[in-house]
Design a protein around this ligand. Structure first.
Ligand SMILES: Nc1nc2c(ncn2[C@@H]2O[C@H](COP(=O)(O)OP(=O)(O)O)[C@@H](O)[C@H]2O)c(=O)[nH]1
Ligand SMILES: [Mg+2]
Length: 311
């Protein structure tokens, strides 16, 4: 994985405040990365405003590091938070919300793109509320905009993170609600980022950042189905990072491979061929025709000039 990218690698003090079984589970998972010689991971948060991006940093680190607000976006520009434990560093990049009044906030996206130049991203958490709006046009636009900004390959590094997971749907069971919601978002990603179903599997995790989250006997935060969610989130990250997909090295070149540019790449040879057949070839033929006409004229004039006078 990438070298650590933060100047300030603070000790992960919040780790010691996590419930003991959670600490044990995280120790095991970090050990797995250590065995693979992975010394750090950099996670990028992306999503609309107010979905819980900043809150998940606080939940993950077990301490209040990122500003959270119910009423306004506290994160106006990207911000890197790092915590180190036993030689392992976790970097999380918080970002401003990607949607504005009714559409994708292209300026926020451009700011994030610029900020990421020179960085290596190992995983992207695409954050949505579990109880958020059903699939809508904005959803689709956002997925397309992310694909365009970072290249659609970015989705290979994405884990969908549903916040507000402590809900109790009235008309369906919790598992069925979760599977319908996640399947809808996964298929929107496949469709809007133009992947074939077999090409990609975007995993998802559930979290509940709220202080009213239920806990088990060990004080670990649990989902309505009883599972402890923090180790599950870590497990998904470790699985992704240990998997076959290369991390995303963000450089100017990568930023030039947005879908628009990719389309440009596809059309370029066609445009060159069209230029050759419809512009250069006719011009060359016209020049050759002119030249041969001129030569013929010169030749016939020469003949005339060379003919003997019969006076
Ligand atoms: N109940 C509940 N509230 C949450 C959750 N995640 C975030 N919030 C609240 O949602 C609001 C926006 O959260 P924030 O992290 O600032 O969202 P961001 O704009 O995506 O960074 C805050 O009031 C948070 O306390 C969650 O999982 N459950
Ligand atoms: Mg925020």
């Amino acid at each position: 994985m990438a070298m650590a990218q933060s100047d300030s690698q603070e000790d992960w003090t919040g780790f010691h405040y996590l419930p003991a079984p959670t600490q044990t589970a995280l120790h095991g998972l970090l050990g797995k990365l250590h065995n693979q010689n992975v010394g750090n991971m950099t996670i990028l948060l992306l999503g609309r405003g107010g979905v819980g991006k900043s809150s998940i940093i606080n939940s993950l680190f077990g301490e209040r590091v990122a500003a959270v607000s119910a009423f306004q976006s506290e994160t106006l520009r990207p911000c890197l938070y790092s915590r180190s434990k036993d030689g392992f560093t976790i970097n999380i990049i918080d970002t401003p919300g990607l949607t504005g009044a009714g559409g994708v906030d292209e300026e926020a996206l451009a700011i994030i793109r610029r900020y990421l130049v020179g960085k290596t991203i190992d995983a992207v958490l695409y954050v949505e509320r579990l109880d958020g709006p059903r699939e809508d046009q904005l959803h689709k636009k956002l997925i397309r905009a992310i694909s365009q900004a970072f290249g659609r390959q970015v989705w290979h590094l994405v884990i969908i993170l549903f916040t507000h997971a402590q809900i109790h749907p009235e008309d369906v069971s919790y598992p069925s609600f979760v599977s319908t919601r996640s399947a809808a978002l996964q298929s929107a990603i496949l469709k809007e980022a133009c992947f074939k179903r077999t090409n990609i599997n975007v995993p998802f995790v559930l979290v509940e950042n709220g202080s009213c989250c239920r806990v088990n006997a060990d004080h670990e935060k649990i989902l309505p189905d009883g599972r402890v969610w923090l180790p599950l989130l870590f497990e998904a990250l470790v699985e992704l990072i240990s998997g076959p997909n290369e991390s995303m090295v963000v450089d100017e070149k990568l930023l030039g491979t947005g879908e628009g540019k990719q389309l440009g790449n596809i059309w370029m040879p066609i445009a060159l061929l069209a230029q050759f057949f419809f512009i250069w070839r006719p011009i060359r033929k016209a020049i050759e025709r002119d030249l041969s006409e001129e030569t013929q004229q010169l030749f016939s004039r020469g003949l005339q000039a060379g003919q003997p006078h019969r006076d």
